[in-house]
Design a protein around this ligand. Sequence first.
Ligand code: PLP
Length: 426
Amino acid sequence: MKLYNIKENDEQVSFGQAVRQGLGRNQGLFFPSNLPKFDDIDALLAEDFVTRSTKVLSALIGDELPAEQVNALVDAAFQFPAPIKQVKDGVYALELFHGPTLAFKDFGGRFMAQSLAAVSDGGKITILTATSGDTGAAVAHAFYGMEDINVVILYPKGKISPLQEKLFCTLGKNIHTVAIDGDFDACQALVKQAFDDQALREEIGLNSANSINISRLMAQICYYFEAASQLTKAQRENLVISVPSGNFGNLTAGLLAKALGLPIKRFIAATNANDTVPRYLETGKWEPKPTVATTSNAMDVSQPNNWPRIEELCRIKEWGLETLGKGAVSDEQSAESVKALNALGYLCEPHGAIAYRLLEEQLAEGETGLFLCTAHPAKFKEVVDDILGSDIELPGPLAKHAAMELLSEDLANDFDALKVVLRRVQ
Ligand SMILES: *Cc1c(COP(=O)(O)O)cnc(C)c1O
């Protein structure tokens, strides 16, 4: 597999390098130089999840890793299903929360951990990642106990749900969690600063598990195929997919699935009040505002990292950006949609409900709609109970971690202070 740096096109790397390095020079994202195209999609969709995902990822990775090895990585990473559930006529939920940390981030986090172990050159590795809640848990659990890999996770203090925090800040061992006095964009900026510090980068073998790492996006491509495989051929020819978006990794993966030949008619880029992208699609002006806190906190991102990849893909494929559906949903509206879904007999948390709302608004006659349910409702228990007046039950992993002690340390939004932590945990 060959990838190039979107900002500095002369920087070309292999899959292994891209996974180890995360980000290219000048903070440029890596993008595949060649996108294979599957001609017989029906045959591909007839395969089981692991076999099909192996084929998709092998086609991307090429001869850098033998197919048997890719199969072993996929098999180890994808140990849980991605079912679709019908919520009403022509509208389906894609449940991506059946992994160990109950959010879609488990797919990418676990495949990345497997890939990194497979392409490691034996040197020291420090994973530094920023999280708006769910990446932290997925990455912490995926790398927990792995030898020679230290994980440092930054998150905005007081801005993630208490249960989200418990799920990854209670592990210990090689997992170090740091509550930053700032918002998610501040955490993300600190990670970027660390990557810009070449000496530090080499000293501690810096890597990132954010969705800037191409392996995470590659894993996510696979569940779009899995969703389509559960629909009839007629349904998938008219498929509209609504994606609740923060850093826009999930939508990038969906667009990549389309580029590989999956017949998706259109996507909807759904955000909360942090609406940089919907405004940009409307006006053509990229004008991030300060991040605001919402009840869908995993999407509280105003400077989405993956957007340049979407621009690049649309440029290459000559897909007009204006063909992307879009919309921004307020907390009040997302609460209404949680209630509307509940009335249909489907329990959903605010991130999924935002995607549902825009799908409902934009789905045309004869189309089949799919909205991504990115987290288990219990992961946002406080919000969901508040909206529905319910007391939803915690699934096993959440109940276990909820009872454990928090091990995080607090830190100022300051790069020098972070450097001290990064050196100390070695
Ligand atoms: C991370 C996350 C999102 C946003 O996904 P992106 O790929 O960053 O756009 C949406 N919902 C939940 C529950 C998440 O954890």
